[in-house]
Design a protein around this ligand. Structure first.
Ligand SMILES: [Zn+2]
Ligand SMILES: [Zn+2]
Length: 105
């Protein structure tokens, strides 16, 4: 790669944790690490209470009494907790107030 300032060849250089291209004239490119190495995205395990709005719209609805506002309809979804041989846990989210709770029965 050539320096856009003076036209001479730039040398790869390490600057801290970044990898850049540097020229003898003092010009420095931006971080080239990002362009070459795809940043590994650490996927955080999803919090049970946090459900995407768009995701929520696709959830089925059932009759359930909201402990917060007494609304009778709630979205529900099943979550496999811990071991695979354990029964799935049902979570409910009130259609009206958005309160989320766990169905224990
Ligand atoms: Zn230069
Ligand atoms: Zn409610």
């Amino acid at each position: 790669m050539f320096c856009p300032k003076c036209g001479s060849i730039m040398m790869p250089k390490k600057e801290g944790s970044k990898k850049i291209l540097a020229c003898s004239c003092g010009y420095k490119s931006k971080d080239i690490k990002q362009a070459t190495i795809r940043e590994e995205k650490l996927e955080k395990p999803k919090e049970i209470e946090v459900i995407d709005k768009s995701e929520l719209d696709t959830l089925p609805v059932m009759d359930a009494d909201c402990p917060e506002c007494d609304h009778k309809r709630a979205h529900f979804w099943l979550v496999q907790t811990r071991a695979a041989d354990e029964p799935e846990t049902k979570f409910l989210k009130c259609q009206k107030c958005g309160h989320t709770w766990r169905d224990y029965d």
